[in-house]
Unconditional design. Structure first.
Length: 214
């Protein structure tokens, strides 16, 4: 009887161990399955992240390429505008210089030589001012190709502009409010037509050799 009970107890112990082992194997299988599921999920997420990163990089590269192309277009357009503006400016300056040379070409060498000393004499006689007179007559584009004369002294105040070109004077803001000096009454009339608000005086110089200035 006792041996039979021990045998039954031993059999139950064996079944219990077998059940525990089976349960342990089942748990291990489930754990392995879970690890596999998690690994697959991690791999899926990694692939998704890589794909998102690839798509993002392609979008960024496309955006950068578009931006670079736009900047290149803007640079080319800007350089083209600058070149056109330079060309237009050079053409305006060329035409202005031709116009000024034609204006001053109406005076003979003798008339040009006597002009500035005559202005200096006029300034001294009418205002007791001494002017800086250069040996060579030099026309200034910023004064409509006239000759600016300055008072002697530290301050070098601008006294007036001699013979600015009438065709250029109207669009020259530097002449506004300045004294304008002309050789003759005919020159004074020409300048007064385009500079009606300026004080314009003529030096009443003789018209010898001035064949076309009427």
């Amino acid at each position: 009887m006792r041996q039979g009970q021990e045998a039954a107890r031993a059999e139950r112990e064996v079944r219990r161990q077998e059940q525990e082992e089976a349960a342990a194997r089942r748990r291990e299988e489930l754990a392995e399955q879970e690890r596999g599921r998690r690994a697959a999920e991690d791999e899926r997420r990694r692939v998704e992240q890589e794909e998102k990163h690839r798509v993002l990089m392609e979008q960024l590269k496309a955006r950068w390429a578009e931006q670079d192309a736009r900047l290149d277009r803007e640079r080319v357009e800007h350089e083209a505008r600058l070149a056109q503006e330079r060309a237009e400016k050079e053409e305006r300056e060329r035409l202005a210089l031709e116009t000024a040379r034609a204006w001053w070409g109406r005076l003979s060498s003798k008339q040009q030589t006597e002009l500035l000393p005559a202005v200096a004499e006029y300034a001294w006689r009418t205002s007791s001012l001494r002017l800086e007179i250069l040996e060579e007559l030099k026309i200034w584009p910023q004064y409509a190709y006239g000759v600016p004369l300055f008072e002697k002294g530290r301050r070098r105040n601008l006294y007036g502009i001699v013979l600015p070109c009438p065709d250029l004077a109207a669009s020259c803001p530097a002449l506004k409010g300045e004294l304008i000096l002309a050789r003759s009454a005919s020159e004074e009339r020409e300048l007064a037509q385009v500079l009606p608000e300026n004080r314009i005086v003529h030096l009443d110089l003789p018209e010898h050799e001035q064949l076309t200035m009427i």
